[in-house]
Design a binder for this molecule. Structure first.
Ligand SMILES: C[S@@+](CC[C@H](N)C(=O)[O-])C[C@H]1O[C@@H](n2cnc3c(N)ncnc32)[C@H](O)[C@@H]1O
Length: 291
């Protein structure tokens, strides 16, 4: 039997939501932010970039999907397949998927650290990893795992907390009380993030700053196509072999020919700064701001 609007309203209200989602028909989840803050503001860079990409027909992976807003948007925008994964199992994602009647695959209780082994031989055209990098013990391993799961030519959208500074650094969060959060281990500077992406064979296409958060659109390329390499990185890409399981196999990536059909609608500006107060987008699942 199909649930009524009232039944869905009661089920939505009974859950605690991380994402504010406008399900239509007056049904909304509240999300984690107060009413005077732009809903899902940490995801605005992701939404801004997704709006400029051609999602139709893509195979997409949402790492750390939580309630599933990004997965729902990808599928609604015409993605061929969407796989939502998370280290936990969220009832809210299952409820949203049911309500929106979206055909999305869900792989819960699955850490990024072992995701490539859980999805052997699977490659995606577009991976979104928002709000996860700083939760990883090893951010470089996390980005390497994203690279393992993406086709040459595919796109990665990565969103993260960043710390200020021009040097390519990773800041060990437990070294200060600035951001006392038990599940945050490393916060990169912007150049630290971009250099880790280069290391893992990604070229940065566009960057979006939203307050102290940063979103990067990066394209997976062959080691020989990584732009502006240092001699050290050149040596790593040409000499290092996967003698340790977490190492990328640069030689194999170089030989990979599969090209993902990921396109952007128009030239995306290399750098955009978003003020959450002024943000709007065409995705109807993102609630309108009251700010
Ligand atoms: C800050 S939330 C971000 C949720 C969503 N991606 C967004 O940006 O709104 C972090 C999410 O990543 C998940 N997560 C944390 N560590 C993870 C890991 N090692 N592998 C996969 N998911 C992880 C958490 O369970 C949570 O759902």
């Amino acid at each position: 039997m199909i649930a009524t609007n009232e039944e869905y309203e009661a089920r939505i209200k009974a859950e605690k939501w991380f994402h504010a989602i406008d399900f239509g028909n007056g049904l909304k989840s509240s999300g984690r932010f107060a009413i005077d803050i732009t809903p899902n503001w940490t995801l605005l860079g992701v939404l801004h970039l997704l709006e400029q990409m051609q999602i139709e027909g893509l195979r997409c992976l949402d790492i750390g999907a939580f309630d599933g807003l990004v997965s729902f948007i990808l599928k609604s925008a015409g993605a061929k397949d969407v796989l939502a994964t998370d280290i936990f199992d969220k009832k809210t994602l299952r409820l949203g998927r049911e309500l929106l009647e979206l055909d999305i695959d869900y792989l819960p209780n699955q850490a990024l650290e072992t995701l490539p082994q859980a999805l052997p031989d699977q490659k995606f055209d577009l991976i979104v990893m928002a709000g996860v990098l700083y939760h990883l013990y090893s951010p470089l391993d996390g980005l390497a795992n994203c690279r393992r799961l993406i086709s040459n030519g595919g796109m990665l959208i990565i969103e993260t907390e960043v710390v200020s500074g021009d040097e390519p650094h990773l800041f060990l969060n437990s070294s200060s009380d600035e951001y006392p959060e038990a599940f945050t281990y490393w916060r990169p500077t912007v150049s630290g993030l971009k250099d880790m992406l280069k290391f893992c064979c990604f070229n940065v296409i566009a960057e979006v700053k939203t307050d102290h958060r940063y979103t990067v659109l990066a394209q997976a390329v062959r080691p020989s196509d990584v732009k502006e390499k240092t001699r050290s990185l050149e040596a790593i890409h040409s000499q290092v072999r996967p003698v340790v399981p977490s190492y990328l196999d640069f030689k194999a990536i170089e030989q990979e020919t599969l090209l993902a059909p990921v396109k952007v609608k128009a030239e995306i500006p290399i750098y955009t700064e978003i003020d959450p107060k002024d943000f709007s987008c065409s995705f109807s699942l993102q609630p309108e701001s009251n700010v």
